[in-house]
Design a protein around this ligand. Structure first.
Ligand code: HEM
Length: 396
């Protein structure tokens, strides 16, 4: 198997090998073009704040990086930008995601989680990925952005096509992008004609009053990123966390006994099984050296957040789930100026999803303990999560 295939099948054992033997290693990137893969914690953390590593694709050497051919109206997003454009746009969006704003969302998020669990009923078995882990963040982000219920469509199918492309259906990526663009164009027209108290209406108002602060493409791209970056990772982390917890009954018991451990537990799930295996690709703006390896100007650099989070030089016994661990400095949500804007929201959602599930179902078990990971170089997530549940504790 080639290195890319191995990374898809067994990311963590390949990362272990690379950290030891080739901490900056030549690989084939997700788009089939060459890239450098960085795996040690210190190098990854430094790369995330290195101004010589740009997110702007125009810094890629000609004929190298291809990536997704996004239309301009989706491409002008924060994850393709450096300062000062990045600083300007992030400032406009950041106020929707402050820790204070997220605190106000906790009660509505819990109500949504309870409604979803009501549908599962007191006992049975179900795929919690489809019926819970995905549904919750989709509803939360649609509410936050102000997407009316009758306009909520198959977001999951679209993101799946981008995040874990099916090699047998190469046209699916383009179809998903066209569908997303069509959806967002109609949505923006709808919100313009009927503004309300939500993030998209606020941004449209900024755009229409002060066009120099936000272009039309940037406006669309903010909506694109917030909607699609927001729920996919959160859903996968909810799924990964439930799966990991159900495979560790002793840690599950600790959490049930003392739910105040939940925030720390969520950080540990993110460190151990964070859905973003890789940060967004970066491009060297000049020749530079990482761990003694020369990266030439224009080359693509992939930094592995998951490899860093399991680096034994940073976290002792990194493959062990330990809810008492000091997880500070984990990189599951990135680091530096691109640190996840939705971090506080994502943490709150995962915490609430777990709290509601554990409170309502004293009995929870995996139907099939062997995980079915989907095939992706960049995203760690399950295909399904079948769980048996009961609102009554089984007698010992
Ligand atoms: C567990 C869930 C999440 C994970 C693991 C995650 C992960 C990340 C990571 C690793 C980055 C940095 C990428 C880089 O530097 O290359 C990032 C950026 C970002 N995330 Fe998240 N994210 C999550 C949830 C969310 C949510 C809920 C939202 C919004 C609703 C969101 C919106 C964003 C945005 C807008 C950026 C770009 C920030 C910038 O470039 O300044 N994310 N996320």
């Amino acid at each position: 198997m080639d290195l890319q295939g191995e990374l898809i099948e067994h990311p963590y054992s390949v990362y272990d090998r690379l950290r030891d033997t080739a901490p900056v290693c030549r690989v084939t990137g997700t788009d089939g073009t060459p890239a450098w893969l960085v795996t040690r914690y210190d190098d990854v953390r430094a790369a995330l704040t290195d101004p010589r590593l740009s997110l702007d694709k125009s810094n890629a050497a000609e004929g190298t990086y291809r990536g997704f051919a996004l239309p301009p109206a989706l491409d002008a997003n924060l994850l393709n930008m450096d300062a000062p454009d990045h600083t300007r746009i992030r400032g406009l969006v950041a106020r929707a995601f402050t820790a204070r704003r997220v605190e106000q969302l906790r009660t509505p998020i819990r109500e949504t989680a309870d409604r979803l669990l009501d549908r599962l009923g007191p006992a049975g078995s179900a795929d919690l990925l489809a019926g819970y882990a995905f549904s919750l963040p989709i509803i939360v982000i649609c509410d936050l952005l102000g997407i009316p219920e009758d306009r909520r469509v198959d977001f999951r199918g679209w993101t799946e096509a981008l995040v874990a492309p099916d090699p047998a259906r190469p046209q699916a990526v383009k179809e998903a992008l066209v569908a997303m663009l069509g959806f967002l164009t109609e949505l923006m027209a709808h919100k313009r004609s009927r503004p309300a108290d939500d993030l998209l209406s606020d941004l449209i108002a900024v755009r229409d009053a002060e066009g120099d602060r936000l272009s039309e493409d940037e406006l669309m791209s903010v909506a694109f990123l917030a909607l699609f970056a927001g729920y996919e990772n959160t859903a996968q982390l909810i799924g990964n966390a439930i799966h990991t917890l159900l495979r560790h009954p002793e840690q599950l018991a600790l959490l049930r006994k003392d739910p105040s451990r939940l925030p720390a537990a969520v950080a540990e799930f993110a460190r151990l099984e964070g859905p973003a295996l890789l940060a967004i690709r970066r491009f060297a703006t000049e020749d530079l050296t990482i761990a003694g390896v020369t990266v030439a100007a224009g080359e693509t650099v992939l930094v592995s957040l998951s490899a860093a989070n399991r680096d034994p030089a940073r976290f002792a016994q990194p493959d062990v789930l330990d809810l008492d661990r000091d997880t500070s400095g984990h990189l599951a949500l990135g680091h530096g100026i691109h640190y996840c804007l939705g971090g506080p929201l994502a943490r709150a959602e995962v915490e609430i999803a777990l709290a509601a599930l554990l409170e309502r179902y004293p009995t929870l078990e995996l139907v099939d303990p062997a995980p079915q990971w989907r095939r992706s170089l960049r995203s760690r997530g399950l295909r399904e999560l079948s769980v048996r549940y009961e609102a009554v504790r089984e007698s010992p």
